[in-house]
Design a protein around this ligand. Structure first.
Ligand SMILES: [Fe+2]
Ligand SMILES: [Fe+2]
Length: 208
């Protein structure tokens, strides 16, 4: 990898892999969630991902390269975290909250990658490539926002209401983390690799 063009191709292959892994994982995810609105949102994003992969095909074409994915360890790890949540929690609001957090970690990863690639494409004067990637970036941000909205309006409150058998009474506003239930926040904050880029992506996504 010597030039910015090489860099672009490298990240393109990385995100191509990530999108395809995401496509598979969203099908599983949709089956595991309880909230119908959340399930619809996941399935809608899954549909959208087909279009995102097509855009990547077009970007490869612009670069005169064959579409090809390259293993993305970050994406594999993020998907693995979602799978762990599914193993550790039963279907219900707590798992829904966990899966939103895991899903958002994936969105933030994608936002970071697409954001970088848009900037590079512009820098290299590749306006068409930048425009293609920008469309996907906008979709990923919108999806992240939608997850936030569903979590805050329809999932988190129910998750808090789940009786964890310890002291899970109704009036425990102050400390929701009694032992079993901090799952929702943790996965989003933990991923090893993209940790540096995620808070920034999260903030900018939240502002718009
Ligand atoms: Fe995507
Ligand atoms: Fe996404």
């Amino acid at each position: 990898m010597k030039t910015m063009n090489d860099l672009m191709l490298h990240f393109l292959q990385d995100i191509y892999y990530a999108e395809k892994v995401g496509l598979r994982s969203m099908a599983k995810l949709a089956k595991s969630v309880e909230n119908p609105e959340l399930r619809d949102a996941i399935l809608a994003h899954r549909e959208q991902s087909h279009g995102q992969i097509e855009r990547l095909d077009q970007v490869f074409e612009h670069m005169d390269k064959k579409p090809r994915g390259k293993t993305c360890a970050a994406m594999d790890g993020l998907v693995e975290e979602g799978a762990e949540a599914m193993e550790e929690a039963d279907k219900g609001p707590v798992l829904d909250a966990a899966l939103i957090a895991c899903g958002q970690a994936i969105e933030h990863y994608e936002i970071a990658r697409y954001g970088a690639m848009v900037a590079w494409a512009k820098e290299m004067g590749q306006q068409e490539v930048a425009a293609l990637l920008q469309q996907t970036l906008d979709e990923e941000k919108a999806n992240d926002q939608r997850m936030n909205e569903i979590a805050e309006r329809a999932v988190n409150q129910r998750a808090r209401g789940v009786d964890g058998a310890d002291e899970g009474d109704d009036e425990t506003d102050e400390s929701p983390s009694t032992g079993d239930e901090p799952a929702p926040k943790k996965p989003a904050a933990k991923p090893k690799k993209p940790a540096a880029t995620k808070p920034a992506a999260k903030k900018s996504a939240a502002k718009k």
